[in-house]
Design a protein around this ligand. Structure first.
Ligand code: PLP
Length: 436
C-alpha cells in the first residue's frame, strides 16, 4: 500500500493524476502474456505494455543478454568512440529491414527518433544547397511523441494546446478516419486513398521549394488505431517521388512485427526514406529508439567538409544494455518464428474482435495485424468517460487495454494464443454488455 506522500511525489505522465491517486492501479511483476499485481493477481496484457513488448514479458533470452551486458560493459560513450555490439546491431537491423536503408542512428525513445529524423532531413537538404526546404507536412490526429519536434508534427489537439506556438513551418494532411464510409471494415478499408492527394494542395500553397518532408504513421496508433485505405501510402510515396519530397514513416508502434511483417513498410510494400522506431526494438526492456535512413542521406552528408558531419547525438545513444536487449530480441524474433506465429493468429484475432459487433454503444470495430480497436459512442459532453469506465472495469477484472477518447485499443504481445484472444474479447464482451 503506497502512502499519500509517495503517491503525491510522483507526477505521472499522460495520467489523470488526481483520479488515479484515488484508486491506484499497480503492477509488480510480469512474464509472458501476463502482468501480476502485488498480491499475485494476473492481468492479461492486451496492449504489450505500451505497444512495446512483442515477445512477451521477461523473455529469458533478452533478460540474460541484459544481465550479461551490465556485468561486462555498463556504459560506453557514443561520441568519437564505440563498442563492437553497437555496430553489430546496426548491421543486423539493416538486414532485418531488407537492406532498404543504409544506416541506423540510435536514440533513447520514439520522440527522440522523430526529432533526429527531422534534423537529418534539414541537414540533408542544406547539404545539397536547398536550405530553404524546411517545411514538414504531417497529418491531423498524428502522434509523433512529445519533444518539441514531434509535438509540432502531432495532430492531437490535447497534446498541443498547453504548449504555446510550437515549431513554425508545419502543415497537415487530413486524417484518414471516416466512420460513415469505413465502419466495421475487416482489415484495411477501401475508401480514403484520395486523401493523400491533399498533398498537392499543400504543395501549391507553400511552393515545392519550401517543403522538406512528409511524415506519417503508416497506421496511427495513439490516436486510437486509425487505418489508411489500401492504396493511401503508395499514393503518398508516388507524390513524394514526383516532387522530390522525403518521406518519413514513424514506425514506433508498427515496427518489429505488429503487422506480422518486420515493419509496416513491408506490409504495405512502400519504402520511405526514413523509418523512426523504438519500443519493440528492445522488446521494451531498455529504452531505445533508432532512425533508419536511406543510403543517399548519409552519402550526401559524408561529402561535406572533414569533421563531424551531423552535430547531433545523445549521451545514451547505443547504450550497451539497450544494444544487448535489441540483439537478443532480433535473435528471438528469428529463432522462435515470432512473425509467422503473429500471422497465424490474425484471422482468429479479427474474428474475436468483430464478435463484439452489436453490443451497446459500439460504433466501430477495426483491425489489422495484431491490432484492434473498439470505438464507442461518446456520452454527451463527456468524451472519453465511457471508454475509461470500460478500461477501469477491465483492469479490475484482469485485462489490460488502452484508451484514447472513446476508443479502446488493443495490441497484445505477438506470442498470444487463441485462449488469450478468447479471454480478452470474452471479458470485453461482458463489460460492454453492461456498460452505461
Ligand atoms: C508513432 C509514435 N511516434 C513516437 C512515439 C513516441 O515514443 P516515445 O514515447 O518512446 O518517446 C510514439 C509513442 O507511442 C508513437 O506511437
Amino acid at each position: 500500500m503506497l502512502s499519500k506522500q509517495q503517491l503525491n511525489s510522483y507526477w505521472m505522465p499522460f495520467t489523470a493524476n488526481r483520479d488515479y491517486k484515488e484508486a491506484p492501479r499497480l503492477v509488480a511483476s510480469a512474464s509472458g502474456m501476463y502482468y501480476r499485481d502485488q498480491n499475485g493477481r494476473e492481468i492479461l496484457d492486451g496492449t504489450a505494455g505500451l505497444w512495446c513488448v512483442p515477445l512477451g514479458h521477461s523473455h529469458p533470452t533478452v533478460v540474460k543478454a541484459v544481465q550479461d551486458a551490465v556485468a561486462t560493459l555498463d556504459y560506453a560513450p557514443a561520441f568519437q568512440i564505440g563498442h563492437p555490439q553497437a555496430f553489430e546491431l546496426a548491421e543486423q537491423l539493416i538486414d532485418y529491414s531488407g537492406h532498404k536503408f543504409g544506416q541506423v542512428f540510435y536514440t533513447n525513445s520514439g520522440s527522440e527518433a522523430v526529432d533526429t529524423a527531422m534534423k537529418m532531413v534539414l541537414a540533408y537538404h542544406r547539404s545539397r544547397g536547398e536550405a530553404q526546404r524546411t517545411r514538414f507536412i504531417s497529418r491531423e490526429r498524428a502522434y509523433h511523441g512529445v519533444g518539441f519536434g514531434g509535438m509540432s508534427l502531432g495532430g492531437l489537439p490535447a497534446n498541443r494546446k498547453q504548449f504555446g506556438t510550437l515549431l513554425a513551418g508545419v502543415d497537415y494532411l487530413p486524417h484518414t478516419h471516416n466512420l460513415e464510409k469505413n465502419a466495421f471494415t475487416r482489415g484495411l478499408p477501401e475508401y480514403g486513398t484520395h486523401l493523400a492527394d491533399e498533398l498537392e494542395r499543400l504543395i501549391a500553397l507553400h511552393d515545392i521549394s519550401t517543403i522538406a518532408a512528409v511524415i506519417v504513421e503508416p497506421l496511427a496508433g495513439s490516436a486510437g488505431v486509425i487505418l489508411p485505405s489500401k492504396g493511401y501510402l503508395k499514393r503518398l510515396r508516388e507524390l513524394c517521388d514526383k516532387h522530390g519530397i522525403l518521406l518519413i514513416f514513424d514506425e514506433v508502434i508498427t515496427g518489429f512485427g505488429r503487422m506480422g511483417t518486420p515493419f509496416a513498410s513491408d506490409f504495405f510494400g512502400v519504402t520511405p526514406d526514413f523509418m523512426t522506431t523504438a519500443k519493440g526494438l528492445t522488446n521494451g526492456v531498455v529504452p531505445m529508439g533508432a532512425v533508419f535512413s536511406h543510403q543517399k542521406i548519409y552519402d550526401a552528408l559524408m561529402e561535406g567538409p572533414a569533421g563531424i558531419e551531423l552535430f547531433h547525438g545523445y549521451t545514451y545513444s547505443g547504450h550497451p544494455l539497450a544494444v544487448a536487449a535489441s540483439l537478443a530480441s532480433l535473435k528471438v524474433f528469428k529463432e522462435e518464428k515470432v512473425l509467422e506465429h503473429a500471422q497465424s493468429m490474425t484471422a482468429y484475432w479479427e474474428d474475436g474482435l468483430h464478435s463484439l459487433k452489436g453490443l451497446p454503444h459500439v460504433i466501430d470495430l477495426r483491425n489489422v495485424g495484431l491490432i484492434g480497436a473498439i470505438e464507442l459512442e461518446s456520452m454527451p459532453g463527456k468524451v472519453g468517460a465511457r471508454a475509461m469506465a470500460a478500461y477501469k472495469k477491465a483492469f479490475a477484472e484482469g485485462v489490460l487495454v488502452r484508451t484514447t477518447g472513446d476508443i479502446i485499443a488493443m495490441s497484445p504481445p505477438l506470442i498470444l494464443e487463441k485462449k488469450h484472444v478468447d479471454q480478452l474479447f470474452g471479458k470485453l464482451h461482458d463489460i460492454l454488455k453492461h456498460l452505461d
